[in-house]
Design a protein around this ligand. Structure first.
Ligand code: GLA
Length: 376
């Protein structure tokens, strides 16, 4: 019988999308279609269709997209009276054309927000009411423009510090603790149909997790509807341990929200810091010892990365009922931010596709975690 000679995923309908030019393999979005959405963060080249082989990967592998930068305040609203919607419009059109779930990122954050937002014409800090009005108008304009098109928004990004307390950002200092509540209200007002998310890094560490849990609990008791907590997922080869990840997912799910992994990558390069914070302002000098794989990844490291990804996805698959999405921060190793953070100009290998858009052993390892579930 024909079906006996086909691999299991053929009969499971997973051959619908195959990698361009490669032998038939299940795609990420098909392999996990009963578990969660699988996405990638895109840059303008990619959503304008000018990214060569990455473009075929994007449409075959992923069913949700996030904007790497074009919806951050500094890009979309650089001056008080100037909105720059061109790139964001193209991002949204790309998602619509390809029938993808479109994520908006990020409305309120302390980085990539221009200094004018917090200051008056004399460069003094503005008062609470002025900043609330600016926040309101920004959210109403940006969320309003994509009402019914962007399915979910990262409303507030990184409001909790490593010690679990609220971060001393200009938002907190000027408005006070309720800036988060207000941001969620304004976003809901602008598009009542959109899912709203709180997004955070290192919530797998207990202090930060405790602080984030307290925040979500409080917001929910104030009537804020939060669809999901986003774990950014900027991971290393040994952090977080799968057990801590599992515990984190369960802790948030117990609050009655879904969990998404919103910016997944695994850094294989030696780190110049012991910090686990994906703090974008970190920057270190270039040194050869921190850039050891300029001529390719040794097989042993390639294998270790595949095992690491298998360990992470085993947790996601096990906890799938608590999860809504896993989004990678980039498409191939070539376009990852980790080539330039926290040291500029390194050769990094954090994703599932290599610089030629070929699936890495880590891709096969991830697909296998879906197969293991399907075979049970
Ligand atoms: C944070 C932000 C993202 C992105 C990454 C690094 O995680 O949420 O938008 O800037 O840092 O690229």
């Amino acid at each position: 019988m024909l079906s006996d000679s086909l691999p299991w995923f053929a009969s499971a309908g997973l051959l619908a999308g195959t990698l361009a030019g490669a032998h038939a393999q299940p795609t990420l979005k098909d392999a996990f279609k009963d578990s969660f959405l699988v996405g990638a963060a895109l840059n303008p080249e990619q959503f304008s269709g000018k990214a060569g082989c990455e473009n075929s990967l994007i449409v075959t592998q992923f069913n949700t997209i996030s904007p790497e930068n074009v919806l951050k305040w500094g890009r979309v609203h650089p001056e008080p009276d100037q909105y720059n919607f061109g790139p964001a419009d193209r991002y949204v059109e790309f998602g619509q054309k390809n029938h993808m779930f479109i994520v908006g990122h990020a409305l309120v954050w302390h980085h990539q927000t221009p200094p004018w937002v917090f200051r008056d014409e004399e460069r003094n800090l503005v008062d609470r009411d002025t900043l609330l009005k600016r926040m309101h108008d920004h959210i109403a304009t940006v969320v309003g423009r994509y009402k019914g098109k962007i399915g979910g928004w990262d409303v507030v990004n990184e409001a909790v510090d490593e010690d679990g307390k609220l971060r001393q950002s200009p938002w907190l200092k000027i408005i006070g603790e309720d800036y988060i509540l207000k941001a969620f209200h304004y976003a809901h007002e602008a598009d009542p149909g959109a899912e709203l998310y709180y997004n955070e890094y290192s919530a797998e560490n207990w202090r930060k997790r405790a602080g984030t849990i307290a925040l979500i609990r409080k917001l929910r008791s104030q009537g804020v509807s939060i669809a999901a907590v986003g774990l950014q997922g900027h991971y290393t080869m040994d952090w977080p341990k799968p057990r801590a990840l599992d515990k984190t997912i369960k802790a948030f799910a117990a609050l009655g929200v879904k969990v998404s992994v919103t910016e997944l990558d695994v850094d294989v390069l030696p780190s110049p810091t012991s910090s686990q914070a994906a703090e974008v302002s970190l920057s270190f000098a270039r040194q050869p010892k921190f850039n050891p794989y300029t001529n390719g990844l040794p097989v042993s490291v390639e294998r270790a990365l595949a095992e690491r990804y298998a360990g992470l996805f085993a947790v996601f698959v096990k906890d799938r009922e608590m999860m809504s999405r896993v989004t990678f921060w980039g498409v191939t190793d070539a376009s990852s931010w980790l080539n330039n953070w926290p040291i500029r100009g390194r050769t990094s290998y954090p994703l599932l596709f290599d610089r030629d858009c070929s699936p890495k052993p880590a891709f096969d390892a991830v697909i296998k975690t879906a197969m293991a579930r399907a075979c049970k």
